[in-house]
Ligand binder design. Structure first.
Ligand code: ADP
Ligand code: MG
Length: 302
């Protein structure tokens, strides 16, 4: 098969591993810089141009879209979809997962366990918003933050009020969340591919830190997850419409709660912690599932 990897940098671990795994399975792998794709919108003939050439003949596309380029990146993925190329994650699902509020709304509608979460616009509603999530300590999150940046633990009600007020004053949307203290600074990353958890790791925050992100100094190790955690991760990925997802779960007193669902989960931490060939499993999923025009984005088949 001819497979495109949309990535800004072919030296990144995840990108390199995907190229390696694809080539080992006999596929033709092309790393394409997302921001160098440009598109023409002509009736019935969607095209993507890249460094002076027209991209043609691809069977599948692996989007690795960074949070800073979500809008342009998903437009490129959508263009591939209109050309009939199978995306491992669809553009709509990527956009959906990038908005933490929208994601939690969808998950709550389907009854997935979540930390109690609140969202408000007016500073007048801050006191009651804090009551809604059962008071301090609580976690304040920017809606489009990533890698732990924009996630704040407010220990007291006073601190929470002033931080939320500050964000609102800057016109930054935040949500407020029950602090799952009993998780002890650890979370579980479940790596879902094609409706199965194919690998899982525990991430433990550095001492004195509550955020377990590897980018924030967290450390990864192997973990056995419970059947309930496994089922929760699989459901969360399905609800988001993601074939490949990193579902982050906290162990709370009220069972597993989903914190977020990532559409471009990194491979380095999970492959190191579990010694599994995650890249190879993604390639196998493509081999099994890739069909032209299998997305919600309908394009011309002519
Ligand atoms: P990001 O998208 O920046 O990774 P997350 O929502 O995943 O944002 O939060 C970052 C980290 O902060 C999580 O991995 C987790 O360790 C910690 N964290 C987030 N929300 C909570 C919470 N409600 N209770 C306890 N810890 C949390
Ligand atoms: Mg996270």
């Amino acid at each position: 098969m001819k497979i495109a990897i949309l990535s800004r940098n072919k030296r990144l671990y995840s990108t390199r591993r995907m190229v390696e795994a694809g080539e080992a399975a006999g596929h033709e792998m092309h790393v394409i810089d997302t921001l160098r794709c440009y598109m023409s919108m002509v009736a019935h003939k969607p095209e993507i141009h890249y460094k002076g050439e027209v991209l043609e003949g691809f069977d599948a596309v692996i989007p690795r879209i960074g949070a800073s380029i979500t809008q342009y990146g998903t437009a490129v993925v959508r263009q591939f979809e209109m050309m009939g190329v199978f995306p491992i994650n669809e553009s709509v699902a990527i956009s959906r997962s990038r908005d933490k509020l929208r994601s939690l709304q969808l998950l709550s509608r389907k009854g997935v366990g979540l930390p109690i979460t609140g969202f408000a616009h007016s500073p007048d509603d801050i006191p009651d918003l804090i009551n809604m999530v059962r008071g301090a300590p609580l976690v304040i999150k920017m809606l489009e933050g990533t890698q732990g940046i924009g996630v704040v633990l407010a220990e007291t009600r006073k601190a929470a009020e002033s931080v939320i007020e500050a964000f609102m004053g800057l016109n930054v949307s935040v949500m407020v969340q029950e602090y799952i203290k009993e998780a002890g600074g650890a979370d579980i990353r479940c790596f879902v591919v094609g409706g199965k958890v194919i690998a899982a790791m525990k991430r433990q925050a550095a001492p004195g830190e509550f955020r377990s992100n590897l980018h924030r100094g967290g450390s990864a190790s192997l973990i056995r997850i419970t059947p309930e955690e496994r089922a929760t991760a699989v459901r969360a990925a399905r609800i988001m419409g993601l074939n490949v997802a990193g579902v982050d779960i906290l162990r709370s007193h009220h069972g597993p709660v989903v914190m977020e669902v990532n559409s471009s989960p990194g491979l380095e931490g999970i492959e190191m912690a579990t010694n599994k060939d995650v890249a190879g499993m993604i390639i196998k999923f493509i081999e099994k599932d890739a069909r032209p025009y299998r997305t919600q984005t309908k394009g011309s088949k002519g």
